[in-house]
Ligand binder design. Structure first.
Ligand SMILES: [Zn+2]
Ligand SMILES: [Zn+2]
Length: 282
């Protein structure tokens, strides 16, 4: 039977910064009619103190627990093992986890680090952390920060090693709040276009991430509607993910985003069903 909703392949448990343990997410996922569900906690990052990442010594247990749930729930939902892995040049790339053989890897950027400086600017933490990084690393020149974010994003895509590109324009979260006009400039739109093109050429799945909406930080998903349309028009592979941190959010804002995708004449996205990637027609 065809699924009512496309899969959710982006979830955090309390082994990283989610609120609950694995099975607490699977119950509402099955109830919602999802056919596949991936756990993708924040991968451990060596050398740095990452408060939202999994401890390296929990990785084996994490994988073991998911394998157990895969067989326990095999008649109800396809469970996938995964990680959300940062790209921080010189510290971590998604390629570092290739050998661990997870079903699905998400490549994401949560930090900006300049080559000659160990300071890590947090893009996804509190507003004051973002402001502090913007001042310290970029002397409050937000264009420089945005240019650098998209440069690092392009590097990550070119290096590869992941299946899904996570929230590819995350930088807009606080930029949109502090300098909303920046998101409508020609140079910003050029970044959007170039990133969309690179993503399509790379062949990775690009998630439409609803988390910004339900956190009240944005009225659009990541990436922007503009990028979503470009990626679809260029033949790219879009999927829908809720970036779930709480069992209530297993299909957070799916209905709203699916309706908007339809209204924007996006013909289809992709979903996981019966261990395959298939088209989900809108
Ligand atoms: Zn993330
Ligand atoms: Zn996430």
């Amino acid at each position: 039977m065809f699924s009512k909703y496309p899969s959710n392949l982006h979830t955090h448990t309390n082994l990283s910064d989610g609120s609950h343990f694995f099975e607490d997410y699977l119950m509402p996922a099955i109830k919602s009619g999802l056919k596949s569900y991936a756990f993708t906690d924040h991968a451990p990052i060596p050398k740095i103190e990452c408060h939202w990442c999994m401890d390296a010594n929990k990785l084996a247990f994490y994988k073991q627990e998911i394998e157990f749930l895969k067989s326990k729930y095999k008649n109800q939902i396809e469970v996938l093992s995964g990680l959300e892995i940062d790209y921080i040049p010189g510290i971590i790339t998604p390629l570092d986890y290739k050998k661990h053989e997870f079903d699905i890897l998400i490549g994401s950027i949560h930090y900006l680090k300049l080559p000659d400086n160990n300071y890590l600017m947090k893009l996804d933490s509190k507003l004051e952390h973002f402001k502090e990084g913007l001042e310290y690393l970029f002397k409050n020149d937000y264009r420089k920060a945005i240019d650098y974010f998209f440069k690092i994003t392009a590097e990550m895509i070119n290096i590869g090693g992941f299946d899904i590109a996570g929230h590819v324009d995350k930088v807009k979260m606080y930029i949109g709040l502090l300098f909303p006009k920046a998101l409508h400039t020609d140079w910003y739109l050029e970044h959007e276009y170039n990133t969309a093109r690179l993503l399509v050429e790379s062949g990775v799945f690009v998630e439409i991430n609803t988390r910004g909406i339900y956190k009240g930080l944005s009225d659009a998903p990541y990436p922007s509607w503009n990028m979503i349309k470009q990626i679809s028009d260029m033949g790219g592979k879009l999927i829908l993910n809720a970036d779930t941190h709480d069992p209530q959010g297993v299909i957070g804002f799916y209905n709203e985003v699916l309706n908007t995708l339809k209204s924007k004449k996006i013909p289809f996205i992709f979903t996981r069903q019966n261990r395959q990637w298939i088209k989900y027609y809108l």
